[in-house]
Design a protein around this ligand. Structure first.
Ligand code: AMP
Length: 208
Protein backbone atom coordinates (compact mmCIF):
# COMPACT_ATOMS: atom_id res chain seq x y z
CA UNK A 1 0.00 0.00 0.00
CA UNK A 2 1.41 3.42 -0.97
CA UNK A 3 -0.07 6.07 1.32
CA UNK A 4 0.17 9.79 1.98
CA UNK A 5 -0.62 11.60 5.22
CA UNK A 6 -1.80 15.14 4.56
CA UNK A 7 -2.64 17.81 7.12
CA UNK A 8 -1.33 20.90 8.86
CA UNK A 9 1.86 20.71 10.95
CA UNK A 10 1.00 19.15 14.29
CA UNK A 11 -2.13 17.33 13.04
CA UNK A 12 -0.54 14.01 14.03
CA UNK A 13 0.87 12.94 10.65
CA UNK A 14 4.14 11.73 12.17
CA UNK A 15 2.60 9.88 15.11
CA UNK A 16 0.06 8.01 13.00
CA UNK A 17 2.33 7.43 10.00
CA UNK A 18 5.00 5.78 12.19
CA UNK A 19 2.42 3.53 13.88
CA UNK A 20 0.66 2.52 10.68
CA UNK A 21 3.88 1.90 8.77
CA UNK A 22 5.13 -0.29 11.63
CA UNK A 23 1.87 -2.26 11.70
CA UNK A 24 1.93 -2.76 7.91
CA UNK A 25 5.65 -3.60 7.87
CA UNK A 26 6.51 -0.84 5.39
CA UNK A 27 8.70 2.27 5.79
CA UNK A 28 7.44 5.65 6.92
CA UNK A 29 9.03 8.32 4.77
CA UNK A 30 9.23 11.72 6.44
CA UNK A 31 10.89 14.39 4.32
CA UNK A 32 11.16 16.52 7.49
CA UNK A 33 13.18 13.75 9.24
CA UNK A 34 15.36 13.27 6.15
CA UNK A 35 16.07 17.00 6.01
CA UNK A 36 16.85 17.17 9.75
CA UNK A 37 19.38 14.34 9.26
CA UNK A 38 21.07 16.35 6.51
CA UNK A 39 21.11 19.40 8.80
CA UNK A 40 22.71 17.38 11.63
CA UNK A 41 25.35 15.95 9.30
CA UNK A 42 25.95 19.44 7.84
CA UNK A 43 25.73 18.21 4.24
CA UNK A 44 25.47 20.81 1.47
CA UNK A 45 21.76 19.97 1.17
CA UNK A 46 21.35 20.33 4.95
CA UNK A 47 23.04 23.73 5.08
CA UNK A 48 20.78 25.02 2.31
CA UNK A 49 17.61 23.42 3.76
CA UNK A 50 18.18 24.82 7.28
CA UNK A 51 17.74 28.38 6.02
CA UNK A 52 14.18 27.56 4.93
CA UNK A 53 13.29 25.26 7.81
CA UNK A 54 14.32 27.68 10.54
CA UNK A 55 12.09 30.31 8.97
CA UNK A 56 9.14 27.91 8.71
CA UNK A 57 9.31 28.05 4.89
CA UNK A 58 9.24 25.16 2.45
CA UNK A 59 12.48 23.77 1.06
CA UNK A 60 12.55 24.16 -2.78
CA UNK A 61 10.60 21.53 -4.72
CA UNK A 62 13.53 20.25 -6.80
CA UNK A 63 15.54 19.40 -3.67
CA UNK A 64 12.62 17.51 -2.11
CA UNK A 65 11.57 15.70 -5.29
CA UNK A 66 15.13 14.48 -5.94
CA UNK A 67 15.44 13.25 -2.36
CA UNK A 68 12.13 11.34 -2.48
CA UNK A 69 12.74 9.85 -5.90
CA UNK A 70 16.05 8.44 -4.63
CA UNK A 71 14.44 7.14 -1.42
CA UNK A 72 11.76 5.20 -3.33
CA UNK A 73 14.46 3.24 -5.14
CA UNK A 74 15.56 1.62 -1.89
CA UNK A 75 14.49 -2.04 -1.67
CA UNK A 76 12.46 -1.52 1.53
CA UNK A 77 9.91 0.51 -0.46
CA UNK A 78 9.02 -2.40 -2.76
CA UNK A 79 5.97 -3.46 -0.71
CA UNK A 80 4.71 0.04 0.00
CA UNK A 81 5.39 3.13 2.10
CA UNK A 82 3.71 5.85 4.11
CA UNK A 83 4.60 9.45 3.24
CA UNK A 84 4.55 11.88 6.12
CA UNK A 85 4.94 15.56 5.21
CA UNK A 86 5.28 14.91 1.48
CA UNK A 87 3.98 16.11 -0.94
CA UNK A 88 3.48 19.66 0.33
CA UNK A 89 2.98 21.53 -2.95
CA UNK A 90 1.09 20.85 -6.18
CA UNK A 91 4.43 20.67 -8.03
CA UNK A 92 5.59 17.90 -5.65
CA UNK A 93 2.30 15.98 -6.06
CA UNK A 94 2.47 16.24 -9.83
CA UNK A 95 6.11 15.09 -9.89
CA UNK A 96 5.27 12.20 -7.57
CA UNK A 97 2.53 11.03 -9.93
CA UNK A 98 5.17 10.48 -12.62
CA UNK A 99 7.18 7.96 -10.58
CA UNK A 100 4.79 6.49 -7.98
CA UNK A 101 1.29 5.08 -7.76
CA UNK A 102 -0.55 6.37 -4.68
CA UNK A 103 -3.44 4.26 -3.33
CA UNK A 104 -4.94 6.57 -0.68
CA UNK A 105 -4.40 9.94 0.99
CA UNK A 106 -5.36 10.40 4.65
CA UNK A 107 -6.33 14.03 5.25
CA UNK A 108 -6.02 14.83 8.97
CA UNK A 109 -8.31 17.68 9.99
CA UNK A 110 -7.43 20.02 12.88
CA UNK A 111 -8.15 23.72 13.42
CA UNK A 112 -5.40 26.32 13.81
CA UNK A 113 -6.14 26.73 17.57
CA UNK A 114 -5.54 23.00 18.19
CA UNK A 115 -2.35 23.09 16.12
CA UNK A 116 -0.86 26.06 17.96
CA UNK A 117 -1.56 24.42 21.34
CA UNK A 118 -0.05 21.10 20.24
CA UNK A 119 3.09 22.44 18.60
CA UNK A 120 4.01 24.94 21.30
CA UNK A 121 3.99 22.04 23.83
CA UNK A 122 5.73 19.52 21.58
CA UNK A 123 9.07 18.11 22.70
CA UNK A 124 11.23 15.69 20.73
CA UNK A 125 13.97 13.25 21.69
CA UNK A 126 16.99 13.44 19.35
CA UNK A 127 18.25 10.09 20.73
CA UNK A 128 15.22 7.87 19.89
CA UNK A 129 13.23 10.22 17.61
CA UNK A 130 10.19 10.12 19.99
CA UNK A 131 7.64 12.95 20.06
CA UNK A 132 5.75 14.00 23.20
CA UNK A 133 3.56 16.78 24.62
CA UNK A 134 4.62 18.50 27.85
CA UNK A 135 1.09 17.99 29.20
CA UNK A 136 1.61 14.22 29.32
CA UNK A 137 5.20 14.20 30.63
CA UNK A 138 6.18 13.64 34.27
CA UNK A 139 9.43 15.50 33.61
CA UNK A 140 9.23 17.84 30.57
CA UNK A 141 13.01 17.55 30.04
CA UNK A 142 13.42 13.74 30.02
CA UNK A 143 12.36 11.26 27.33
CA UNK A 144 9.98 8.72 28.96
CA UNK A 145 11.04 6.06 26.40
CA UNK A 146 14.84 6.21 26.50
CA UNK A 147 15.79 8.69 29.24
CA UNK A 148 17.41 11.06 26.71
CA UNK A 149 17.19 14.85 26.99
CA UNK A 150 14.07 16.28 25.32
CA UNK A 151 14.31 19.43 23.23
CA UNK A 152 11.90 21.79 21.49
CA UNK A 153 12.30 21.86 17.73
CA UNK A 154 13.57 25.29 16.61
CA UNK A 155 10.64 25.52 14.19
CA UNK A 156 8.07 24.88 16.98
CA UNK A 157 8.72 28.36 18.41
CA UNK A 158 5.43 30.28 18.30
CA UNK A 159 6.31 32.77 15.56
CA UNK A 160 7.62 29.99 13.30
CA UNK A 161 4.50 27.89 13.96
CA UNK A 162 2.36 30.78 12.71
CA UNK A 163 4.54 30.99 9.56
CA UNK A 164 4.24 27.25 9.01
CA UNK A 165 0.45 27.45 9.28
CA UNK A 166 0.31 30.29 6.75
CA UNK A 167 2.55 28.28 4.41
CA UNK A 168 0.31 25.22 4.92
CA UNK A 169 -2.87 27.11 4.02
CA UNK A 170 -1.29 28.76 1.00
CA UNK A 171 0.84 25.97 -0.48
CA UNK A 172 -0.30 22.60 0.86
CA UNK A 173 -4.07 22.94 1.31
CA UNK A 174 -4.66 22.95 -2.50
CA UNK A 175 -3.56 19.29 -2.43
CA UNK A 176 -6.84 18.41 -0.71
CA UNK A 177 -8.81 19.34 -3.85
CA UNK A 178 -6.16 17.70 -6.06
CA UNK A 179 -6.41 14.31 -4.33
CA UNK A 180 -10.19 14.56 -3.79
CA UNK A 181 -10.61 14.96 -7.53
CA UNK A 182 -8.54 11.81 -8.04
CA UNK A 183 -10.89 9.96 -5.65
CA UNK A 184 -8.04 9.19 -3.23
CA UNK A 185 -8.84 11.45 -0.26
CA UNK A 186 -9.98 10.06 3.14
CA UNK A 187 -10.90 12.83 5.61
CA UNK A 188 -10.26 12.00 9.29
CA UNK A 189 -10.92 14.37 12.21
CA UNK A 190 -7.75 14.50 14.31
CA UNK A 191 -8.76 16.92 17.07
CA UNK A 192 -9.52 14.19 19.65
CA UNK A 193 -7.63 11.47 21.45
CA UNK A 194 -4.70 9.70 19.69
CA UNK A 195 -5.86 6.05 19.87
CA UNK A 196 -9.38 6.95 18.71
CA UNK A 197 -7.90 8.95 15.81
CA UNK A 198 -5.73 6.03 14.82
CA UNK A 199 -8.72 3.69 14.71
CA UNK A 200 -10.63 6.20 12.55
CA UNK A 201 -7.66 6.28 10.15
CA UNK A 202 -7.62 2.50 9.86
CA UNK A 203 -11.38 2.45 9.25
CA UNK A 204 -11.01 5.13 6.56
CA UNK A 205 -8.44 2.88 4.85
CA UNK A 206 -10.60 -0.25 5.28
CA UNK A 207 -7.95 -1.75 7.56
CA UNK A 208 -10.22 -2.06 10.64
P1 AMP B 1 8.05 18.47 9.17
O1 AMP B 1 8.89 17.72 10.13
O2 AMP B 1 7.34 17.58 8.18
O3 AMP B 1 7.09 19.42 9.84
O4 AMP B 1 9.04 19.37 8.29
C1 AMP B 1 9.87 20.34 8.88
C2 AMP B 1 10.32 21.37 7.84
O5 AMP B 1 11.06 20.70 6.80
C3 AMP B 1 9.18 22.08 7.11
O6 AMP B 1 8.69 23.21 7.83
C4 AMP B 1 9.88 22.47 5.82
O7 AMP B 1 10.75 23.58 6.02
C5 AMP B 1 10.75 21.26 5.53
N1 AMP B 1 10.02 20.24 4.73
C6 AMP B 1 9.65 19.00 5.13
N2 AMP B 1 9.02 18.33 4.14
C7 AMP B 1 8.96 19.20 3.09
C8 AMP B 1 8.40 19.13 1.79
N3 AMP B 1 7.75 18.03 1.36
N4 AMP B 1 8.54 20.20 0.98
C9 AMP B 1 9.20 21.31 1.39
N5 AMP B 1 9.73 21.46 2.61
C10 AMP B 1 9.61 20.41 3.47
Amino acid sequence: MNLIFLGPPGAGKGTHAVRLAHELGIPQISTGDMLRQHVRRQTALGVEAARYMDAGKLVPDDVIIGMVRERLQQPDCAKGYVFDGFPRTLAQAEALSTFADIHAVVNLLAGDDVIIRRLSGRRVCPACNGTFHVRYLKDPAICPDCGGALVQRADDAEETVLNRLTVYHRQTEPLIAYYRQLGLLRDVDSAGEVDANYLDIKKALNLA
